[in-house]
Design a protein around this ligand. Structure first.
Ligand code: AMP
Ligand code: MG
Length: 405
């Protein structure tokens, strides 16, 4: 039996990034950059005004000066500023020659149509945005192996970049095993069970940015299983659920092995989900997860998520941790490395009341999971725990006071 951290180390060291391709930047959201990008020019491209105001000489502070007509954003300025003259300038317009500061319109008094009084003090270089103060030409503005967000798109567009090189989405194929299973769109008999794992893996892999397909669930014979494995073969990752335990019909791993799977680890010191198996068959990685829904979900989060992240090309493929407090005492009789699902309210973690490995209802309630070692008997209220997030909402149903005073 392998420890959780050793199993993860095997994943971290064996999974490789996928091939690259070039896409229009608008299609790159959620994908991962396959090279770094350097600025090919300064941003701002030229010194320009940060306000609608007047370009002035410092000597003219507190004086009445002639006000000349306007330099707009997009103009090429031919004006020069000399003592006794202010030129009206709009935000983003190029700073004219001789200008020593911009005075905002709000700070001047109007004498006539063509003359204004400037404020008594004017700071040198006030309200000027300098060429290159945002991004210097030649600087790396986007690193390789980084996930593209809407804000990355702003950066790329500001440099006039229309296409970027990204890693291909991991291609994931999913199938379940079990004679008792029916697809959720089929009629069901009393002794049968809807397959909830395959749609769950499908959706979660989609959320993590994969190209996913699922093939129909397999019966429990070696022949049926082998047929499903062959169908799934042309992918980066094959995910299965069920048939990995010690039951009389648990042939999933045997079928994969018969077709050449190299087992990289099997049987993890984790509760729930001990039979979880990781391997490689031709160029596809394989994870065989247990059939029990909660066990398969926990092991998906623990092992499959990092696999998908690493296949995606990102450098951020480790589990992030949120340090938080335990809401109440939590008594325990484990004796094993145990994963506990819980709710997190942004402040405290509360283990879900009812979380048995065959259940479905806890899955959607879990915000994160904690892992406790075999010696733990009691987790006391307010103890700091490290939570691996599963779903952290960036939205709130509570109105909060966010001001810092
Ligand atoms: P197994 O790992 O095949 O022994 O299955 C363990 C338990 O999980 C059994 O009660 C199965 O009926 C159930 N199960 C297996 N596969 C699925 C699935 N895809 N969706 C929901 N439950 C499943
Ligand atoms: Mg089964």
């Amino acid at each position: 039996m392998i420890k959780i951290d050793k199993a993860l180390d095997i994943i971290y060291s064996t999974i490789e990034k996928k091939s690259k391709h070039i896409v229009p930047i608008e299609d790159s959201i959620g994908l991962v950059t396959a090279k770094e990008y350097r600025a090919s020019f300064d941003l701002p491209r030229f010194d320009n005004s940060a306000m609608d105001g007047y370009a002035v000489k410092l000597n003219d502070a507190g004086k009445a000066v002639e006000s000349r007509e306007i330099i707009y954003a997009g103009d090429i300025s031919k004006e020069s500023i000399v003592d006794g003259v202010a030129v009206k300038i709009m935000t983003g317009a190029p700073i004219p020659k001789g200008c020593e500061a911009i005075v905002p319109i709000e700070d001047v008094d109007f004498l006539t149509k063509t003359s204004i009084i400037l404020p008594p003090t004017i700071k040198p270089n006030a309200m000027i945005r300098w060429k290159g103060e945002d991004i210097k030409s030649g600087k790396v503005f986007l690193k390789s192996n980084t996930r593209v967000t809407g804000y990355t798109i702003a950066l790329l567009a500001s440099q006039g970049i229309t296409h970027i090189e990204v890693y291909r989405k991991p291609k994931v194929v999913i199938f379940s095993t079990g004679e008792e299973l029916k697809a959720h769109y089929e009629k069901i008999e009393p002794h049968q069970l809807y397959n909830s794992n395959a749609p769950m893996f499908y959706s979660r892999a989609l959320e993590l940015g994969c190209d996913v397909s699922y093939i129909s669930s397999s019966g429990d014979t070696i022949e049926e299983l082998k047929a499903s494995v062959k169908e799934a073969m042309d992918s980066d990752l094959i995910l299965t659920s069920g048939g990995v335990s010690v039951g009389d019909k648990d042939f999933t791993i045997q079928a994969f092995k018969k077709l050449g799977m190299e087992v990289l680890f099997s049987k993890v010191d984790i509760k729930p989900g001990k039979p979880t198996t990781f391997g490689k068959i031709r160029s596809s990685f394989v994870v065989n997860l247990p059939g029990n829904p909660l066990a398969s979900m926990v092991n998906f989060e623990m092992f499959v998520k990092p696999i998908i992240l690493k296949l995606s090309g990102t450098n951020s493929f480790y589990h992030p941790l949120i340090t938080t407090r335990l809401r109440d005492n939590y008594k325990f009789k484990a004796g094993k490395y145990t994963v506990i699902l819980g709710e997190w309210d942004g402040d405290t973690f509360k283990p879900l009341d009812n979380q048995k490995s065959g259940m479905v209802s806890p899955l959607d309630r879990a915000d994160g999971m904690i892992v406790i070692t075999p010696d733990v008997r009691l987790l006391e209220k307010d103890k700091m725990v490290k939570m691996i997030p599963i779903k952290i909402s960036m939205e709130s149903s509570k109105k909060c006071d966010f001001l810092i005073r």
